[in-house]
Ligand binder design. Structure first.
Ligand code: MLC
Ligand code: AMP
Length: 507
């Protein structure tokens, strides 16, 4: 029996006339068209010599054609490698060097730069723009809409998604067909997703949340998807009355609340609001419930694992927690040495289940470090399990900032800042931010206490994705250190705590 995830969408494709994607320009892509276009793109991959197991790197704006390409990669057995559109050429250079894609699909305006990066032999480059134009579409036009699904076993790779690391080096998480199928089936059951649902989809589709959690579940049951190019408060409010479900990062919810236009009537057909990727504040949960009558369902997951815990569909949705583990997921809390702690004790959450990834691409040592002998994966999230099994994420053992649902690893930014003239050393921290949850700030020790801050920000902008660029920069004579010589980031977080929330201009 083949375990290609593409087969799990076959029942939905049978309802050929049913809308799958409803686009902002009024176009509707039916399930029948989705199947045909995926086949057309899969045939193109074959025609271009992209073999099963080859990587297809994709850095494009969100579009229906991007969904066709994702499905085509599954069907043709190639490995889908989505990349945040904010990544700069410098960042892409690392991903291409590490993953060695056979095909790169990018926005037309990025093609020249990418061609230079990928000048080594054997890489094909195609373009795709937000409205479905570009060389990829032209090449696909002549292909047949009949295609066989390549046989895959559960452990074969479906995708590689890069996650940054505390050392500043990104790691490619190898995600299998089996991982994705198991997690989507579990979520469909947990959240009661069915063909009657209409999902308001405003997340990007280059990360786990918008790509796997949202698309795989809906496409398996034949739900309808209102496909927004990005989150825009007005457009989302307009579509809420005809939606039954929305998935979002906490910023979506705080923006809806501050619009002044959110009320129970706007949500009259909604059955479920889901939040994740970053902690949802208690006050957001409560204010949302008060305004709409809906208790947001918070869940927790990771790129490496898909979804792990979820507050229940029926039963208490407890603010400040991410609910119990999903049906096929085991969780435990352990100390640094790996000794398992009792309920209520704080340690690092470890997880095991069919959704947990295969390992980091070409990094066997790193993979070994992050798994226990018995197969539990060490998440790096500081947590406790309440007496009745609800999990509470109380902090992070990893030095990581989550800004508007995007993960930012300070080390990567510090490495860029430390190269700048006049910088002795730097510490990048996350500070409470009213829109993004956490905002990136840099504290820099400079020779003689003087520094050209604008030059530092410009260097970051040139090298790093825009969401990683510090939104505040502080110059100090020296960074605070403990007796072991370690920089005291906690002290810095306390010192600059009100930077983004006090309403004043960041220094
Ligand atoms: C955009 N900007 C951000 C930012 N998003 N800055 C910090 N953090 C962010 N998240 C910056 C841009 O660089 C730009 O700055 C300015 O804000 C405006 O850009 P924009 O494109 O207009 O922003 P906007 O559309 O408002 O985007 C905000 C957002 C978006 C919150 C809607 O970031 C978003 O969709 N986030 C979702 C991320 C996500 O899908 N996460 C899931 C990961 S999966 P400048 O200076 O250039 O003008 C995962 C696992 C799990 O974590 O559990 O789900
Ligand atoms: P990523 O590497 O982008 O997959 O991000 C995964 C990380 O996001 C997790 O390890 C957590 O730190 C964080 N995360 C995801 N969902 C939640 C949540 N509901 N509450 C708190 N943190 C979360």
């Amino acid at each position: 029996m083949t375990a290609n995830l593409f087969n799990a969408f076959a029942p939905a494709f049978k309802n050929a006339d049913r809308p799958a994607l409803r686009l902002a320009d009024g176009r509707v892509i039916t399930y029948g068209q989705l199947e045909q276009e995926a086949a057309r793109f899969a045939n193109l991959l074959r025609a271009e010599g992209v073999m099963p197991g080859d990587r297809v790197a994709v850095q494009v704006d969100k579009s229906a054609e991007n969904v066709f390409l994702y499905l085509a990669c599954l069907q043709a057995g190639t490995v889908y490698l989505p990349l945040n559109t904010a990544y700069t050429d410098r960042e892409l250079d690392y991903f291409f060097g590490d993953a060695e894609p056979r095909l790169i699909v990018c926005k037309p305006e990025r093609a020249d730069g990418i061609r230079k990066l990928a000048s080594s032999q054997g890489v094909t480059i195609h373009t795709l723009d937000a409205s479905g134009g570009g060389s990829l579409m032209q090449a696909a036009a002549g292909q047949s809409t009949d295609s066989q699904t390549v046989r895959r076993v559960a452990g074969d790779l479906a995708a590689i998604l890069y996650t940054s690391g505390t050392t500043g080096r990104s790691k490619g998480a190898m995600i299998t067909h089996g991982n994705l199928q198991a997690n989507a089936e579990t979520l469909i059951e947990a959240w009661g997703i069915s063909g009657r649902d209409v999902l308001l989809h405003a997340l990007p589709i280059y990360h786990v949340h918008g790509l796997f959690v949202a698309l795989n579940t809906c496409l398996m049951v034949g739900a309808e998807i209102l496909f927004h190019e990005k989150f825009e408060t007005g457009a989302v409010l307009e579509d809420l009355p005809t939606s039954t479900m929305m998935m979002g990062v906490p910023t979506f919810y705080t923006r809806l609340l501050s619009s002044g236009r959110l009320n129970a009537d706007v949500c009259r057909n909604m059955r479920l609001f889901i939040a994740g990727s970053a902690p949802l504040l208690d006050e957001t949960f409560r204010e949302f419930e008060q305004k709409t009558g809906h208790a947001i369902l918070e869940r927790y997951g990771m790129t490496e694992t898909g979804m792990l815990c979820s507050n229940p569909l029926h039963g208490e949705r407890r603010p400040g927690t991410v609910g119990p583990p999903l049906a096929d997921v085991e969780v435990r809390v352990a100390d640094e040495q790996g000794s398992i702690l009792d309920k209520g004790e704080v340690g690092v959450l470890e997880v095991r289940g069919p959704n947990v990834f295969k390992g980091y691409w070409r990094m066997p040592e790193k993979t070994k470090e992050e798994f226990r002998e018995d197969g539990f994966f060490i998440t790096g999230d500081v947590s406790l399990i309440e007496p009745d099994g609800y999990v509470r994420i109380v902090g992070r053992a990893k030095d990581m900032i989550i800004s508007g649902g995007f993960n930012v690893y300070p080390k990567e930014i510090e490495q860029v800042i430390d190269q700048c003239d006049g910088v002795i050393e730097s510490a990048v921290i996350g500070l409470a931010h009213p829109d993004f949850g956490e905002g990136v700030a840099a504290v820099i020790a400079a020779a003689g206490g003087g520094l050209d801050k604008e030059a530092v920000v410009a260097a970051c902008r040139a090298e790093l994705a825009a969401y990683k660029v510090p939104k505040a920069v502080f110059v100090v004579e020296a960074l605070p250190r403990n007796t072991m010589g370690k920089v005291q980031k906690n002290q810095l977080r306390d010192r600059y705590a009100g930077t983004f929330t006090s309403g004043g201009e960041p220094a």
